[in-house]
Design a protein around this ligand. Structure first.
Ligand SMILES: [Zn+2]
Length: 330
């Protein structure tokens, strides 16, 4: 945070360099999530919403991520909010790994005219924080980008639903609506080699949905992707670490006692695998009619569908992650 003396210096610089004055910059905020600290700073500019609303927005996102992964993924994260004059909404979020050894860094734009409803329906802050709970994949950045964007796309709505910030209908409605964008098109060479927007975000999300369903099928619904993700984080696999993709997936598989992640990766990395989405929704008991979601609780995987969005504490699993959280890393 700025000391009392620095703003005077900045004001002096502002007189020489241009219109950005220190008094236009909102004060920094610190948000605590369990043992973790999220440091929020602002670029120069104004936002109409009061600070408590902004704090609650960021805190809710952090709580959703902590609920899904068992704890906030890193001890210290930084968020730079960039007010955008005359605009509304949240946009242009980007998260970097271990910037200057001080933990991950998220930069995100917040329109000056953003209202409370925009914040209540925002997904982007949670999406960026989900990135913090997955290792930086080593090797060619482009090749494995889909696995990082896919996990954030798939997990973000589920994490928000698990803390009651998003309706379960919205989770399944959006998946049924948008997942077709992730299917391979002509000339597709598998997820590692096809870098279109659709395959990166929704093709990646489809990989993780299939993984979640298959883990639950193979473990009689006792474990799911959430166990794999908590296992990766418990093994130290946050965005602060660089891991090869195989190590990430094998660590996740170990947590569920299966080989689902590695098997699925080997199938989908270099081959355009067709997925019958209609059949998948039918087995999960999800029907989308004219934009309205309906469920069939007699569908063969109806229990799997319900388990995916259930909060960890209500899932019947042991509270291992809570116990582990009492012994944070160094
Ligand atoms: Zn992302």
């Amino acid at each position: 945070m700025l000391s009392a003396r620095i703003p005077i210096l900045l004001t002096a610089c502002g007189l020489i360099l241009g219109p950005a004055r220190a008094q236009d910059t909102l004060p920094a905020e610190q948000i605590h999530v369990g043992d973790a600290t999220v440091e929020v700073t602002f670029a120069p500019g104004k936002v109409d919403l009061p600070m408590p609303s902004i704090r609650t927005w960021i805190t809710n996102a952090a709580d959703a991520v902590a609920e899904y992964f068992g704890k906030f993924p890193v001890p210290h994260a930084r968020i730079l909010l960039r007010p955008a004059e005359g605009r509304s909404g949240v946009f242009n979020g980007t998260t970097w790994g271990n910037m200057r050894s001080s933990g991950p860094f998220t930069r995100i734009s917040l329109g000056q005219l953003t209202d409370q409803q925009d914040l209540d329906t925002d997904w982007m802050m949670t999406h960026e924080m989900v990135h913090m709970a997955f290792p930086n994949v080593t090797g060619d950045d482009r090749e494995h980008h889909w696995i990082e964007e896919g996990m954030a796309t798939y997990i973000e709505p589920i994490a928000r639903a698990q803390i009651g910030q998003l309706k379960v209908d919205k989770v399944w409605g959006d998946m049924a609506r948008y997942m077709p964008q992730g299917l391979p098109r002509d000339g597709d060479q598998g997820l590692d080699h096809t870098h279109t927007w659709g395959r990166t975000y929704w093709g990646g999300a489809l990989f993780w949905l299939l993984a979640d369903v298959q883990i639950r099928e193979r473990t009689n619904n006792r474990k799911g992707l959430q166990d794999a993700m908590r296992g990766i984080l418990e093994a130290g696999g946050s965005i602060e670490q660089d891991w090869p993709i195989e190590r990430i997936l094998e660590t996740g598989d170990k947590a569920t006692g299966s080989t689902v992640l590695m098997d699925l990766y080997n199938q989908m990395k270099a081959t355009a695998v067709e997925t019958d989405l209609g059949d998948l929704w039918r087995r999960l008991g999800v029907e989308l009619n004219g934009g309205v979601v309906k469920y069939n609780d007699r569908a063969p995987l109806a229990k799997v569908r319900k388990a995916i969005t259930v909060p960890w504490k209500d899932s019947g699993r042991k509270k291992v992650a809570t116990a582990a959280a009492r012994h944070p890393r160094g």
